[in-house]
Ligand binder design. Structure first.
Ligand code: ZN
Length: 833
C-alpha cells in the first residue's frame, strides 16, 4: 500500500516537473549523456538527440534546420544559434545576407554568419564531441562572453557532415575497446579495419566533393549552404595523433584569386587561437601542409564563395579514447575535443569582434565579382557537336549557382585562348556553345573551375592541381578576354522520337548516350553498334552509333528504346530500312551485336583501394543505374567467376594477384570469354606476370652523380618535387575506331597522378596513348614529365575468347571526371560479336 501511494506521488511530481526539466532547462552535454565529453564516443543519434533537446529547451536561441538523410538513413542537420532577436529574424537575416551576394542590398546592418562544420571525415571523430560543447557554451545562461558574441554573429553548427562514416568508426571502436581503453599504439583498437570510417557509405571523401556534389550528403548540404553564404566557414578535422594542432593561416600554394583580406583575416584568427594554445602550453603549427588550391574542399570552396574558409586539424586519427604518442604523452579524446572546442569559440570570438570588417569585405568581394574584375578572362566558351556533352557541364555549373548561357550570335567571330592548342586561335563553333561570363556573383568560383591553367607556384600540394572543366568534361574550350554577348540558359530540348516498326539509330557521343546503352541492355533490349561509319537517309552516322532493331528483340523493344532515350534527353532516329546508302547495312559483320546484358562484378575489400572501389560501386548504382556485384577479394578462391561476364579490379595494393591460384583463375575467366578490366595498380601489378602480355614502360635510368651535383639536405623537398605529379592533365590520343574509344572524337583528357605508362604492344590494341605534346596543364615535376613523354595509358588485349583491358589511371576520378565515364562504360559493354 505504502509503496503504491509513494509511487503515485512520485509519478505526480514527475508529471509536474517533467515539462520544466524537458523544456525550460538547458543541460550540458555531460548532464544529458551521463558522461564527460571525450570519455566515451557519442554515437550519431545521441548527438542529434542532444541538439534536439537543446533546441527544445532554448527555442528562442536555437533553430534546427534538418537538411536530409544519409545513404544509411541518418539525420543531417544544422543548428542556427543566435540571440532571441536574431533567431526571431533569422529568415530576414538570411535574405539580407543573400542581398549582399546578389547586390540587392547596400547596408551592412546584420550579424555576421559563422558556419562550423564538424566531422566530415568519420574517423576524425573528436570534432562532433566538440560540437556539443560549442553548442552548450553558446546557450549556457551563465556564459556572458558568448552572449555578447551572439549580438554580432549568428552561428551555424553542422555537428556531423558524415554520420555514416562517424558511426562506422564509433561502432567499430566501441566493439574493439575493452573495459579500459588501451593506450598501447599496437592494440587492436588503434588499427581500424577496411573500409575506414573516413569516407561516406560509398567510400567517398566528402572533403573532396563540395564543388562536384556527386554524393548524397553534399547534394543536400550545398543548397542549404548556398541559401546562406556565411562570412566564416570552418571544417574540423583530425590528422595523425603524433601531429600537434594545425590552424590557419594556410600553407602555399594559395590560389591567386584569394583576396588580401581573406589571407589577413586568416592571420588574425590564427593569432587568436595561438593565444589560447600558448596559455595552455598546447603545441600547434600554421602555414604548412594544408594549402588552398583544389576547389572542392571545405576551406577552398567557401573561400571561392566569399568566406574566410579554414581547415583545423587536431592530432588524433586512430587514437581512440587514448593512445601513447611519440613524445610518450597520452593523447586523449578529452583533450582532442577540448582543443577543437577552444578553436571553435576563438573563431566565433574573433568573427564577432570584426563583424563590420567581415561584412564590408564580404560585400566588396561580391561587388567585384559581379563587375567581373576577378578574372582576366571575361568569357569562357565551351563548344561541342552535341548538346548532351555540354548539358552535363551546365548541370554542374547550376549546382554551383554559376550563371551560364549561349552565344547570342552563334556566328560570332572572335579570337580566344584555345584549350586544345593552348594558343590564341579563332573560335570555331562546333554546333552548340555554352558560355560563362565572369560578371556575375559567383565569378570567382567560375574562374577557378574553368580557367585553362591554375596558377601554382612550384610548391608541394595536398591534391590534384588541374581540374579545368572543359578538359574534365572532354569538350572544346575557349577563354576570351572580351565579354561575349550571351543569352541566358542552356537547355537540351527533349525530343520524343517518331515510332518505328523497324529500328532506331542512337548517335553515340557522350556519357548520356553511354547511359542509354546500359539502360537498354538492363531492360533486355539487344543493342547493335556500328564499327564503321555509314550514311542513311542522307545523314552520316559516325562509328559507334547504336542500332536497335526489332529483329531479335522482345515485343516492347520500341517503347523501351523511346522512353530510355527521351528520359536521357538524347536523340533516337527512327529508321525503316537496313539499307545504308554508304557503308555497312545492318546485316553486315561491321554491325556488332551485344546479345545480353553483361553480368558485372568488381573486387572489393582488403587490398582494394577503398576510394577506387567506392567510385565504381557508386558509378554503377547512382550514375549508370546498372547492377554490379561486389566480390570480397580475400574470398576470391571461393567465388565462381562463371556467373559474371565482366570483372573490374579497382586500384589497390594487391599482395597476391599474381599468385598461381589467383592468376590461373583470372586467366581461365578471360580465356573462356570474360572481360577483365584492371585499373591503376591492379593493372601495373598484373603487368609483372608475363602471361598478361603487357609491360610497364621503363623510366628510371641510373644516373651517375658527381660531387658537384650533390643535393643538399635542405633541398630535399625540392628534389622530391622533381619526380612528383599530384594530378595533372594529359591529352590522350584515342583510337576512336576501337570500341573503347567510341564517342571520344579521338581525344580524351586523362588525369595523371603517377608516372606509370605501358610499352606499346604488338599483340594488343593500344587504344589510348601519350605523345610528345600530351602534357596539358597541372603540376608535374621535371622528372615526372620526362617519364610521361610517350607511352600507352590504356589498351585491350585479346586472350582466348575474352579480353584484358588495362588502364593506367582512374577514368572516373571522384566521379566528376565526366570524359572518362564514357570510356569506362565502353570498356564494360562494347564487346559485341
Ligand atoms: Zn580530415
Amino acid at each position: 500500500m505504502y509503496q503504491k501511494s509513494a509511487l503515485k506521488t512520485i509519478l505526480w511530481v514527475s508529471l509536474l516537473v517533467l515539462p520544466f526539466t524537458l523544456f525550460a532547462q538547458v543541460v550540458s552535454p555531460e548532464q544529458f549523456l551521463g558522461y564527460k565529453v571525450g570519455t566515451r564516443f557519442t554515437r550519431h543519434h545521441q548527438i542529434v538527440n542532444y541538439f534536439t533537446a537543446v533546441a527544445a529547451a532554448k527555442p528562442d536561441m536555437v533553430k534546427l534546420i534538418p537538411y536530409g538523410k544519409t545513404n544509411e538513413g541518418r539525420d543531417l542537420l544544422v543548428a542556427a544559434i543566435g540571440t532571441p532577436e536574431n533567431i526571431k529574424n533569422l529568415e530576414q537575416i538570411r535574405k539580407h545576407n543573400l542581398g549582399l551576394v546578389n547586390g540587392t542590398v547596400q547596408d551592412l546592418n546584420q550579424p555576421g554568419i559563422v558556419w562550423l562544420s564538424y566531422n566530415v571525415h568519420g574517423n576524425e571523430p573528436a570534432s562532433s564531441e566538440a560540437a556539443m560543447l560549442t553548442l552548450f557554451a553558446l546557450v549556457d545562461p551563465t556564459n556572458n562572453e558568448t552572449k555578447n558574441w551572439l549580438k554580432h554573429t549568428v552561428v551555424m553548427i553542422d555537428p556531423c557532415i558524415n554520420p555514416d562514416g562517424r558511426d562506422r568508426y564509433v561502432n567499430w571502436y566501441n566493439n574493439a575497446v575493452g573495459v579500459q581503453y588501451n593506450a598501447d599504439p599496437s592494440a587492436r583498437e588503434h588499427m581500424e579495419p577496411w573500409p575506414a570510417g573516413r569516407t561516406n557509405h560509398y567510400n567517398f571523401d566528402l572533403n573532396r566533393d563540395w564543388a562536384w556534389q556527386t554524393q548524397l550528403e553534399t547534394q543536400q548540404r550545398i543548397p542549404l549552404y548556398q541559401s546562406w553564404y556565411p562570412q566564416v566557414h570552418v571544417d574540423f578535422h583530425e590528422q595523425g595523433y603524433n601531429e600537434p594542432y594545425y590552424f590557419a593561416p594556410a600553407a602555399e600554394p594559395l590560389h591567386d584569386v584569394l583576396t588580401p583580406w581573406q589571407k589577413s583575416f586568416q592571420d588574425q584568427i590564427g593569432k587568436n587561437h595561438a593565444k589560447y594554445f600558448d596559455q595552455n602550453n598546447w603545441l600547434f603549427f600554421t602555414k604548412e601542409r594544408f594549402d588552398l588550391l583544389y576547389p572542392s574542399y571545405g576551406d577552398t570552396y567557401p573561400m571561392y564563395n566569399g568566406a574566410i574558409g579554414m581547415t583545423y586539424e587536431q592530432g588524433g586519427i586512430s587514437a581512440g579514447l587514448g593512445v601513447i604518442d611519440d613524445s610518450y604523452d597520452t593523447v586523449t579524446l578529452v583533450a582532442r575535443a577540448t582543443h577543437h572546442f577552444t578553436t571553435s569559440l576563438s573563431t566565433i570570438e574573433i568573427a564577432a569582434a570584426n563583424r563590420d570588417q567581415l561584412l564590408e569585405n564580404f560585400k566588396k568581394y561580391f561587388d567585384n565579382s559581379r563587375q567581373g574584375t576577378v578574372s582576366d578572362y571575361k568569357s569562357f566558351v565551351m563548344t561541342a557537336k552535341n548538346p548532351n556533352q555540354l548539358a552535363a557541364l551546365a548541370s554542374l555549373l547550376k549546382k554551383n549557382k554559376i550563371d551560364y548561357g549561349t552565344l547570342s550570335n552563334a556566328q560570332l567571330k572572335f579570337r580566344a585562348f584555345d584549350y586544345y592548342s593552348k594558343k590564341e586561335a579563332d573560335f570555331v563553333n562546333e554546333g552548340y556553345a555554352l558560355v560563362v561570363n565572369v560578371n556575375q556573383p559567383h565569378s570567382v568560383l567560375a574562374r577557378v573551375l574553368l580557367e585553362p591553367v591554375t596558377q601554382v607556384n612550384d610548391s608541394n600540394t595536398y591534391d590534384i592541381t588541374a581540374w579545368a572543366l572543359p578538359y574534365a568534361y572532354g569538350v572544346h574550350g575557349y577563354a576570351s578576354k572580351q565579354l561575349l554577348p550571351t543569352t541566358p540558359g542552356f537547355d537540351v530540348i527533349a525530343t520524343t522520337p517518331a515510332t518505328s516498326t523497324y529500328g532506331y539509330l542512337i548517335p553515340y557521343h557522350s556519357f548520356a548516350t553511354a547511359k542509354a546503352l546500359a539502360q537498354l541492355l538492363k531492360h533486355n533490349v539487344k543493342v547493335r553498334y556500328a564499327e564503321k561509319a555509314f550514311t542513311m537517309n542522307g545523314r552520316n552516322y559516325e562509328i559507334g552509333t547504336l542500332v536497335v532493331l526489332k529483329t531479335s528483340n522482345q515485343p516492347n523493344w520500341s517503347d523501351i528504346t523511346k522512353s530510355v532515350c527521351s528520359s536521357l534527353n538524347i536523340e533516337a532516329v527512327a529508321v525503316q530500312t537496313g539499307y545504308a546508302e554508304k557503308g555497312a547495312d545492318f546485316g553486315s559483320p561491321d554491325i556488332a551485336i551485344i546479345n545480353h546484358a553483361p553480368r558485372v562484378a568488381m573486387l572489393t575489400g582488403e587490398q582494394v583501394a577503398a576510394l577506387s572501389a567506392g567510385e565504381i560501386w557508386n558509378f554503377f548504382e547512382q550514375q549508370l543505374n546498372y547492377p554490379i556485384t561486389q566480390l570480397t577479394y580475400t574470398q576470391f578462391n571461393r567465388i565462381d567467376l562463371d556467373k559474371y561476364d565482366v570483372l573490374i579490379a579497382p586500384d589497390g595494393q594487391y599482395r597476391d594477384l599474381n599468385s598461381k591460384a589467383i592468376a590461373d583463375k583470372l586467366q581461365a575467366f578471360v580465356r573462356k570469354g570474360g572481360v577483365l578490366i584492371a585499373l591503376e595498380n591492379a593493372a601495373s601489378t598484373l603487368a609483372a606476370n608475363s602471361d598478361w602480355g603487357i609491360r610497364i614502360k621503363e623510366t628510371t635510368k641510373e644516373e651517375k652523380i658527381n660531387v658537384q651535383q650533390l643535393v643538399q639536405y635542405a633541398d630535399r623537398e625540392k628534389e622530391y618535387l622533381k619526380s612528383s605529379i599530384p594530378g595533372a592533365i594529359y591529352k590522350t590520343y584515342m583510337d576512336e575506331t576501337h570500341p573503347l574509344g567510341f564517342g571520344t572524337n579521338g581525344i580524351y583528357f586523362n588525369l595523371k597522378q603517377d608516372r606509370i605508362l605501358y610499352e606499346p604492344s604488338a599483340s594488343a590494341w593500344n587504344v589510348g596513348s601519350f605523345r610528345k605534346d600530351s602534357y596539358v596543364t597541372g603540376f608535374a615535376g621535371m622528372k615526372a614529365k620526362q617519364a610521361l613523354e610517350e607511352g600507352v595509358v590504356m589498351g585491350v588485349k585479346q586472350i582466348g575468347a575474352g579480353k584484358f583491358i588495362y588502364m593506367a589511371d582512374d577514368p572516373i576520378f571522384r566521379n566528376f571526371w565526366e570524359g572518362g565515364k564514357l570510356v569506362l562504360t565502353n570498356a564494360v559493354f562494347l564487346h559485341g560479336k
